[in-house]
Design a protein around this ligand. Structure first.
Ligand code: NAD
Length: 472
């Protein structure tokens, strides 16, 4: 099938390469000419494991093309995916201007029957808006009763995306489920044809529901996952006070089949391009409809508190005075496996440290460039953070190490080397990766999240395993 994907970011690009990988003929469109130029040179503009290989292979087989002009892609496409950004607006609602712009352009260009698929995360009712925007343009081009060509039939469907950055290709190629929201059987049939290669072993994984329910499902999924994280973060604060270990509690409840193991890790708060904005957008939808979501309000509040709670641990350790303190930071991305720093806890925590007078030296294997851009966009000065190419260089003469993102390369560091580089041996493990006992024995002051640490003197137990169930 010939498919067009509009928006070549984390979602659009992964969607495009994965559809091409199963044999569809795909054109990816983006208004950002520099992105399209990179993609034409087989260079992915984002970091996502496995993406480059798929990009090169499918471009070489001419199943994958790139353009800045929708007009070049649309005419003979069976379906066009809208995968542009839906950032948080000033009032917390979802900013739909990019979605609307694409819908209007489709209305101006459509010449034959077409399925428009809204893949961006959008509030309930957005498919109706997209349909109205397209129809308004079509009505101008195909006025009733003037004997001109018949108006093309343009159907609009919802198909939210559930991929997780860092494992996006795998998530797309082997989905738990594909949710589609349609208004007619013809749209459902097109979805089946497009997605058949991804659900061959179990076609029931392609769920066909109503459009509004499909739009709501995406928000419900992210709100549920954010709720689990905020709940565990709140409990971790209580564990710290009463002397319990949140990781033992997590194992205890996660092995209950009704609860499950994923998204139960205490840490510095959830971040990323989805959870924060989607929680706020759902709250905004509720407010517009006079329906109070008290649980979700608390989830958002607890997350903001958690970021400052962990920042204050560092502040308190240095007696409330960070002037002249050099703090080394390992990890800036909101989770391992991505260079995405949108709403990363690092942004809030490092801003607080800098405002309290600390000098920050940071390392991240892939997110230093995106972080420095986001730091400036947040109105901070580039000179406030020094970036190091080598993780150990960041530690030289520092008063503390903060682990903020659990990249694999930080999991088993040389504590002897760390001890020799730090000016004062303090470690703030905001991802509960390191064992307290070994660090205490090596003479470190060690603090973590919701587990016993140097302040309580109990055994902090084992380090925790891989990045099971991290936010998308
Ligand atoms: N990033 C994720 O992990 C993830 C997961 C699931 C869903 N989503 C949702 O998917 C959507 C896209 O997210 P993303 O992270 O890929 O965003 P992104 O910012 O990485 O990419 C969006 C792209 O759209 C392009 N664009 C904007 N207007 C355009 C237009 N008129 N024509 C063509 N291109 C245009 C931008 O230049 C940009 O490259 C959002 O609604 C997001 O909430 C994201």
């Amino acid at each position: 099938m010939k498919l067009t994907v509009v928006g070549s970011g984390y979602v659009g690009l992964v969607t495009g390469v994965c559809f091409a990988e199963v044999g569809h003929d795909v054109v990816c469109v983006d208004t950002d000419a520099s992105k399209i130029a990179m993609l034409r040179d087989n260079v992915p503009p984002i970091y996502e494991p496995g993406l480059e290989e798929l990009l090169k292979r499918n471009a070489a087989h001419e199943r994958l093309n790139f353009t800045t002009k929708l007009a070049e892609a649309l005419p003979d496409s069976a379906a066009v995916f809208i995968a542009v950004g839906t950032p948080e607006g000033e009032d917390g609602s979802s900013d739909l201007r990019y979605v609307k712009a694409v819908a209007t352009e489709i209305g101006r260009l459509a010449v034959a029957s077409l399925l428009v698929v809204v893949k961006s995360t959008v509030p309930v009712g957005t498919c109706d808006m997209v349909e109205a925007a397209i129809e308004a343009e079509l009505a101008k081009r195909f006025p009733v009763g003037n004997g001109s060509k018949p108006k093309p039939r343009v159907r609009v469907a919802s198909n939210p995306e559930f991929l997780k950055e860092g494992t996006a290709i795998d998530d797309f190629m082997k989905p738990d489920r594909i949710v589609t929201g349609v208004t007619d059987p013809e749209s459902a049939a097109i979805f089946l044809e497009m997605y058949a290669p991804f659900v061959q072993d179990d076609p029931s994984r392609l769920q066909v529901i109503e459009r509004r329910s499909s739009e709501m499902t995406k928000y419900a999924a992210n709100a549920m996952l954010a709720t689990r994280i905020s709940f565990m973060n709140e409990l971790s604060r209580l564990c710290e006070v009463v002397g319990a270990n949140i990781d033992d509690v997590r194992r205890g409840i996660g092995s209950d089949g009704r609860i499950g193991k994923k998204f139960l890790y205490a840490g510095p708060g959830y971040g990323g391009s989805c959870f924060p904005k989607d929680v706020e957008a759902l709250l905004s939808t509720a407010q517009q409809n006079n329906c109070e979501l008290t649980v979700l309000k608390a989830v958002s509040h607890a997350n903001k508190m958690q970021k400052m709670h962990v920042a204050r641990k560092i502040h308190s350790h240095f007696g409330g005075d960070l002037k002249g303190r050099k703090i080394a930071v390992w990890g800036l991305a909101f989770k391992p496996g991505t260079d995405d720093v949108r709403e990363a806890p690092a942004l809030t925590i490092l801003s607080a440290l800098v405002n309290w007078g600390a000098e920050v030296v940071a390392h991240d294997p892939v997110a230093q460039k995106t972080f420095s851009q986001a730091w400036e966009q947040a109105g901070m000065k580039p000179s406030q953070i020094l970036y190091m190419e080598d993780s150990y260089d960041a530690l030289d003469g520092a008063d503390a190490l903060i682990l903020l993102t659990e990249w694999p390369e930080y999991k088993r560091p040389s504590w002897t080397r760390i001890r020799s580089l730090l000016r004062t041996p303090a470690v703030f493990d905001l991802r509960n990766q390191y064992p307290y006992k070994a660090l205490a024995d090596a003479g470190f002051h060690y603090e973590c999240v919701g587990r016993p640490d140097s302040r309580t003197g109990n055994n902090g137990g084992e380090s925790r395993p891989g990045p099971e169930g991290r936010p998308s």
